[in-house]
Design a protein around this ligand. Structure first.
Ligand SMILES: [Zn+2]
Ligand SMILES: [Zn+2]
Length: 165
């Protein structure tokens, strides 16, 4: 037998003392909780609710400002991408915070690319999602131009993004 607090479940489920879920019928266990919030459910239903709750709690958490601020941070130099910071010498920052201009044409097409934070953390270098709005022939021109300029990193990045399509 399990007890679940329906009215205040979302906020307090995991903050409540464990004994409240053990089916202990001693009145004093529930003294601090309005009785109308408690309902009996099967252990299976409790497990399901817990799973659904955990999933939505994680998704809520990831949308929160606090989480983003913690997550959107350079793991190499500590710059807060979330607050628009980056270090010029840092490979993981890659010269931008959370957004950048198009990496293929160096911003000529006007599209905005967004940092892939997890990949940036993992690879220890700037990783970006976006696409160039220029026709493919012009993109090739810019890629070759970058090659002539000997910007090897940009070239590899650009070809990598072409290959993903
Ligand atoms: Zn950095
Ligand atoms: Zn472009």
């Amino acid at each position: 037998m399990c007890f679940v607090l329906t009215g205040i479940r979302k906020r307090n489920l995991f903050q409540l003392p464990g004994k409240m879920f053990e089916g202990n019928s001693e009145e004093e266990d529930f003294n601090t909780i309005p009785r109308q919030f408690a309902e009996q459910i099967s252990p299976q239903a409790f497990e399901t609710q817990k799973r659904v709750y955990t999933k939505s709690a994680v998704s809520d958490l990831q949308k929160s400002k606090e989480y983003k601020e913690w997550h959107q941070r350079c793991s190499s130099c500590g710059s807060s991408w979330f607050n628009g910071q980056w270090s010029s010498q840092c490979r993981e920052c890659g010269g931008f915070s959370m957004i950048r201009s198009c990496a293929i044409c160096n911003g000529h097409c006007g599209s905005t690319w967004y940092r892939d934070v997890d990949m940036s953390h993992r690879m220890k270098e700037g990783y970006w999602n976006g696409k160039c709005n220029l026709p493919e022939s012009e993109q090739t021109h810019f890629i070759l131009q970058n090659f002539v300029d000997n910007k090897e990193d940009t070239l590899i990045e650009a070809f990598g993004d072409l290959g993903k399509r």
